[in-house]
Design a protein around this ligand. Structure first.
Ligand code: BG6
Length: 522
C-alpha cells in the first residue's frame, strides 16, 4: 500500500467525457490529443504487447497525440529495473512501430517509463504499483489518470481485477479517471461471459470498461458506416429485396505453431467469429443510428444482434475443420496436430463457418454466411453483399453464360477498398456479357496512411471515447448466437480435416451448395 511519504494525487486535465455537449460541438477533424495520463500494461512480456501495444504507444507519441507527461508502466514477474523495461520497449518499437524512429520522441517517452516487479497474487506489488503511479502523478504530471491494460490470460482476470480494487487503483477522486482495457477472449460461452461481466462491473463501472475488438479500430471497418450512411446510392438496395445473401470471410494463411497455449481448446469460432465477424455483421446489418454517439451506435448494434440467430439444422448449416499438412504457396506446411504446443488428440477447429438469419424486415430470408480459417489459400478479410439476379434477362442464354451475380465487396484487408462487380458487354460484334470489377482502393485514392487499429483504440481509451468498444450486452449477445453451434460441435468429436493452402472442409462448400450458392473465391 502507499506510504505516508507518497505525495497526494493531483487530479488534472482529465478529458471531458462524451456526455459533455461542448465536446460534440468541436470540429472532429481536429487531432484529438490525450490529456495527462499513464498506461499500465499487465502482460508486457507477451506477443501482443511487443508487436502491437508498445509500438502503437510510440506511434501515438510520434504523431504528437500523447501528452508530453505521458507515462508507460510495465508490471510483470521479472527482475527488471526501469531501464531494462525501457530497453525492451525500445526493441519492440524499433522492430514493429509503423512510423519512423525519432530519437527525440523516444527520449521524451523513455523518461516516463517505469517497471514494477510482481506477481498477480502479490498484494505488496500492487502497493508498489500504487506508489509508482502516485509519484508519477506528482513528479511527471500524469494527473491521477490511469488506464490498466489487461493483456493477460483470461484466467488471471479475476485476480488482477480484485487487486486493482483492493489497492484502491480502480476508484479515483472526482476529476481523475481509472479505466480498464480487456483483451479477448471475453469468456468462452454465454455463462462465463456473464460471470466475467458481473465481476468486471463490480470493480469498474461499465463506462470505464474498454473491451478490445481490434477489428473495430480498422479503417475499412469504420468505412462501413461511411459507405452506408453518408451515401444515397447504397441504402435503397441494402435489403432483402435486392440482396440474395451476404458472405463475411476472414481467411488467414498463417498456421498456429507456438500459439497452442492460447488457441488449443478455443478454436476459430471463439477466437474470431464471436467477436470480429459478428461485429462486422452488426455494422453491415444494423439500421442507421440516430447519430454517432456511442449510446446510439451501440443501441443499433444490440438491436440487430438480438435479431440474429443460427439457421437450423446445425449439422447442415455450420461447418468446422482442422488443417492437415499441405502446400502453402511453395512452402510445405505441417498439420495442426504436428504444430508445436498442440496436443496430438486436439479437437480444436481451425476453420469454422456458420449460417445466420437476421430476423428483421430489412433482412428477412437473406442468409448471412460467416467463415474463418487458418492456413487457407490467402490472407483476406471481406464482406460481400451478393445480389439477386435481374428478374428477367432479355438475352439468349449463351450471351450471359459468364454473368454471375452482382456483388458489392468491402475489402477489409489487405488491399483495402471496395469492389463493385457487375456484368458488362465484352467488346466485339456479338452481344456477350461478362462480369467486371470496378474498384476503389484506399492506397490510390488517399495520400494519408491509416493508423494501426491499436493506435486508434489506445487513444480512444485515453480520451474516454467508447464508440469502438463492445459493451457487455453486445458481448453476451454474440455468445448467445454462437453457443448452440459450439455445443453441437462439442458433441461431435473431431473436426473435418482440410488441406493447408486450400479453402476449408468439404462440408463448408456443401453448406452453400445446398441452396444453389457458392463461396466467393477471393
Ligand atoms: C486475433 C486472433 O484477434 O486476430 C488471431 O486472435 C488472428 O488468431 C488475428 O490471427 C488477426 O488479426 P488481423 O488484424 O491480422 O486480421
Amino acid at each position: 500500500m502507499s506510504d505516508a511519504a507518497t505525495p497526494a494525487v493531483t487530479c488534472a486535465g482529465a478529458p471531458a467525457d462524451w456526455q459533455n455537449p461542448l465536446r460534440d460541438k468541436r470540429d472532429k477533424r481536429m487531432p484529438r490529443i490525450a490529456g495527462p495520463c499513464g498506461v499500465v500494461i499487465f502482460g508486457v512480456t507477451g506477443d501482443l504487447a511487443t508487436k502491437k501495444l508498445m509500438p502503437a504507444i510510440y506511434d501515438l507519441a510520434n504523431r504528437g497525440l500523447l501528452p508530453p507527461t505521458f507515462a508507460l508502466i510495465g508490471f510483470a514477474r521479472r527482475d527488471w529495473k526501469d531501464q531494462d523495461f525501457g530497453d525492451i520497449v525500445l526493441t519492440a518499437v524499433k522492430a514493429h512501430a509503423r512510423t519512423p524512429f525519432r530519437q527525440e520522441v523516444w527520449d521524451r517517452l523513455a523518461e516516463g517509463i517505469r517497471f514494477v516487479e510482481g506477481a498477480f497474487d502479490d498484494d505488496a506489488a500492487f502497493g508498489r504499483l500504487a506508489d509508482t503511479l502516485k509519484k508519477l502523478d506528482a513528479e511527471r504530471g500524469t494527473g491521477g489518470n490511469h488506464a490498466f491494460y489487461l493483456s493477460i490470460p483470461p484466467k488471471a482476470f479475476p485476480q488482477v481485477l480484485e487487486q486493482l480494487s483492493t489497492s484502491g487503483l480502480a476508484t479515483k477522486p472526482d476529476g481523475c479517471w481509472s479505466r480498464v482495457v480487456i483483451e479477448k477472449p471475453f469468456g468462452h460461452n454465454l455463462k462465463s461471459a456473464e460471470e466475467l461481466n458481473t465481476l468486471v462491473n463490480s470493480v469498474f463501472p461499465e463506462s470505464s470498461v474498454f473491451r478490445i475488438d481490434h477489428y473495430l479500430g480498422k479503417e475499412t471497418v469504420q468505412n462501413i458506416l461511411a459507405l452506408r450512411f453518408a451515401n444515397q446510392l447504397f441504402d435503397p438496395i441494402w435489403n432483402a429485396h435486392y440482396v440474395d445473401h451476404v458472405q463475411i470471410t476472414m481467411a488467414e494463411d498463417i498456421g498456429l505453431g507456438g500459439r497452442g497455449g492460447y488457441y488449443d481448446g478455443v478454436g476459430a469460432a471463439r477466437d474470431v467469429i464471436q467477436n470480429h465477424l459478428l461485429q462486422l455483421l452488426a455494422l453491415t446489418a444494423m439500421e442507421e443510428p440516430v447519430n454517432f454517439s456511442p449510446d446510439e451506435l451501440q443501441a443499433e448494434k444490440i438491436k440487430v444482434l438480438s435479431a440474429t440467430r443460427l439457421v437450423a439444422p446445425l449439422d447442415d448449416n455450420t461447418s468446422r475443420g482442422q488443417y492437415t499438412a499441405g502446400w502453402q504457396g511453395n512452402e510445405q506446411a505441417v498439420g495442426l496436430l504436428e504444430e508445436e504446443g498442440f496436443s496430438q488428440t486436439s479437437t480444436t477447429e481451425t476453420y469454422a463457418a456458420i449460417t445466420l438469419d437476421v430476423d428483421t424486415r430489412r433482412w428477412a430470408g437473406v442468409p448471412f454466411y460467416l467463415r474463418t480459417g487458418k492456413r487457407l489459400g490467402r490472407r483476406v478479410t471481406e464482406i460481400a453483399l451478393v445480389f439477386k439476379r435481374a428478374p428477367h434477362l432479355p438475352f439468349d442464354d449463351t450471351m450471359t453464360d459468364e454473368l454471375g451475380k452482382n456483388a458489392l465487396v468491402i475489402r477489409v484487408q489487405p488491399d483495402e477498398g471496395i469492389t463493385l462487380r457487375f456484368g458488362s458487354k465484352v467488346p466485339g460484334h456479338a452481344m456477350e456479357v461478362r462480369d467486371v470489377n470496378m474498384d476503389f482502393s484506399y492506397g490510390s485514392a488517399f495520400a494519408e496512411d491509416s493508423p494501426e487499429a491499436y493506435e486508434r483504440l489506445i487513444l480512444d481509451v485515453l480520451l474516454g471515447e467508447p464508440s469502438l468498444f463492445p459493451v457487455n450486452q453486445e458481448v453476451e449477445l454474440a455468445w448467445k448466437i454462437l453457443d448452440p453451434a459450439l455445443e453441437n460441435w462439442a458433441s461431435h468429436g473431431k473436426p473435418e480435416p482440410y488441406e493447408s493452402g486450400g479453402w476449408g472442409p468439404e462440408s463448408a462448400f456443401e453448406m452453400l451448395r445446398r441452396s444453389g450458392r457458392e463461396w466467393r473465391r477471393p
